[in-house]
Design a binder for this molecule. Structure first.
Ligand code: 2BA
Length: 108
């Protein structure tokens, strides 16, 4: 069994989670914040069998595409970013996915 931690854009999270649950996957949505931009994102927890990991990755790739967008407001920015230092457009979306081995899953 594997646990996928998928950090995705808030705007993509509902459709990605719905597509995953439609295919029978169990999903938990966590509201998270990126440590660099200090902007909200969503972390999806997906526990699944080893042979289903590729299907989860395909669904995430379908619903979490990268695109160009206006940057977040500068007052929301965290470390490493100065006022006026962002370009007019930044790349948003995509997914950062960690695949972890699960020793045991128990539902009590
Ligand atoms: P943030 O930490 O807010 O990072 C937003 C984007 O800023 C990143 O996009 C990356 O392009 C850039 N960035 C982040 N840290 C940087 C650094 N130390 N130096 C230079 N540029 C940096 P993504 O790589 O697509 O990551 C999107 C979000 O996924 C991140 O939001 C963070 O919440 C999470 N994430 C990505 N990689 C991670 C990792 N290795 N561990 C934990 N969380 C990660």
């Amino acid at each position: 069994m594997k646990l996928l931690l998928a950090i995705v854009n808030n705007d993509d999270s509902a459709r990605a989670a719905a597509a995953l649950t439609d295919r029978g996957f169990f999903v938990t949505k966590l509201s998270t914040t990126g440590g660099f931009l200090m902007v909200g994102n969503t972390t999806l927890l997906i526990g699944t069998e080893d042979n289903c990991v590729d299907e989860v990755k395909k669904i995430l790739a379908k619903f979490c595409t990268t695109r160009r967008s206006a940057p977040p407001p500068t007052e929301a920015l965290g470390r490493g970013m100065k006022h006026g230092s962002l370009p007019n457009e930044v790349t948003v979306g995509g997914a950062t996915v960690f695949v972890l081995n699960v020793e045991e899953t128990i539902k009590i």
